[in-house]
Design a protein around this ligand. Structure first.
Ligand code: ADP
Ligand code: ASP
Ligand code: MG
Length: 405
């Protein structure tokens, strides 16, 4: 079988006309001789509307029921797309994540895919149908509907492509591909013809909402050829995600901003072995993404420990952090919500100190204070105040553009 998996996001299926456009695209691919699998998201802002609806009846809806509700968004899209393809005289079948054999763990609202049994999809393809799968959802071993986290349809698409041993996975979206920064925030951002899996993964993790990070990770791990391109401009080939990195010259490839974080500081933690372990191991079972951990060597046998978490996880971890504070006798935690993480991404950039100093110099020039810094081989992130973040993003992008971004 020569399988292609194509994923269309919310804007791409946002109206009846757009669903017909997607149907044509899928039929075209089928006519080229590919077994065609299409993964779709919920129409437009349906997922946001469903969340609002849920909060209208219960401000803290049970997670199982919320997933049950949110999964209906994608279910609407798959049925309409199958109808549109049928209306154009071609065979199609829609499958929910559950019907498509997607088995996840039971972390409602951020479930991870454990396995995919592709038998049903293969059987339908063998009957010459275009197979349409609901993105963003699966089912746990106890047959309960789960969702994969916001933006999770990308991960559905790549996981299905891997399970089917597809020749490639194409992500169709509302911009031309991957840019040097979010083109909606930085109009001068440039479209990249290629980007490495590592760089895209880092950009996705640092707030570039264009791809769900786990989808990039999965594609990299399984060497799945991946392309990000436009739903509306078929002539533009978009961005190809590649393995080879340009090692010749360390270069900034992207500038990202994440405003959906909170900084938490725990002051006056006793300075003794095992204390950081105690704090962070208590968070393991909560399945949250802790970042930018900083310990200040402080005063008289006490340290301050600070870190950032996604804003959506803040309420979840608060009781655990407060219990830690009580237990070790630290001072009450300090929470700062007016923060943002500005990052530059590019393979090897920390090996060239000119890049780091250029970033810090630019931020200094703007009169902005850097509250925290973290680096890896491929990124430099700074925590700054949110009120100045968009200006900083634009200016830092401009700076590296002039200096060869
Ligand atoms: P979809 O519904 O197709 O999944 P998303 O809204 O999830 O679309 O992702 C596409 C959006 O990602 C774009 O409209 C763009 O504003 C945003 N984005 C953020 N960073 C980047 C980037 N570096 N390159 C391209 N798009 C980006
Ligand atoms: N519909 C879901 C969301 O809005 C999943 C997705 O679009 O990928 O987050
Ligand atoms: Mg998306």
């Amino acid at each position: 079988m020569n399988i292609i998996v194509q994923k269309f996001g919310g804007t791409s299926v946002g109206t009846v006309e757009r669903i017909k456009n997607v149907a044509m695209r899928a039929i075209e691919t089928k006519k080229k001789g590919y077994d065609t699998v299409v993964v779709v998201s919920a129409m437009g802002d349906t997922t946001d509307q469903l969340i609002k609806l849920a909060k209208g009846v219960n401000t803290n809806p049970p997670k199982r029921e919320l997933d049950m509700l949110l999964a209906t968004g994608e279910q609407t899209s798959i049925a309409l797309l199958a109808m549109a393809i049928d209306g154009m005289g071609h065979k199609a079948v829609s499958l929910t994540g559950y019907q498509g054999g997607i088995v996840t763990n039971n972390y409602y609202s951020k479930a991870k895919i454990d396995s995919i049994d592709p038998k049903r999809i293969k059987d339908e393809l063998a009957e010459d149908k275009i197979v349409i799968i609901a993105g963003f959802q699966g089912a746990s071993l106890s047959h309960d509907i789960t969702t994969l986290g916001r933006g999770g349809s990308d991960t559905t698409a790549v996981a299905i492509a891997v399970a089917l041993e597809a020749v490639k996975c194409e992500i169709y979206t509302d911009v031309l591909g991957i840019y040097t920064s979010d083109p909606r925030l930085v109009p001068s951002a440039k479209l990249l013809n290629t980007i490495s899996y590592d760089e895209l993964l880092e950009m996705a993790m640092l707030g570039a909402g264009v791809m769900h990070p786990r989808s990039v990770e999965l594609a990299r791990k399984n060497n799945m050829p991946l392309v990000v391109r436009s739903t509306f401009d078929f002539d533009n080939e978009g961005t190809e995600i590649i393995e080879v990195k340009n090692m010749e010259k360390a270069q900034v490839r992207g500038v990202t901003l994440d405003e959906d974080i909170v900084r938490i500081s725990v002051p006056n933690v006793p300075d003794r072995p095992g204390i950081a372990y105690k704090l962070f191991s208590s968070l393991i079972n909560l399945n949250v993404h802790i970042d930018m951990i900083l310990q200040n060597l402080n005063h008289d046998g006490f340290n301050d420990i600070s870190f950032t978490v996604p804003i959506d996880d803040f309420e979840l971890i608060l009781p655990t952090i407060e219990a830690f504070v009580d237990e070790v006798g630290a001072s009450p935690i300090l929470v700062k919500k007016d923060v943002a993480k500005l990052s530059i991404v590019g393979t090897g950039i920390t090996s060239d100190v000119k890049i780091a100093s250029g970033l810090f110099g630019k931020i200094y020039e703007l009169g902005i204070n850097i509250e925290m810094i973290s680096t890896s081989e491929i990124k430099i992130s700074c925590i700054i105040s949110q009120s100045q973040a968009k200006q900083a993003l634009d200016e830092v992008h401009k700076y590296f553009e002039l200096n060869g971004l």
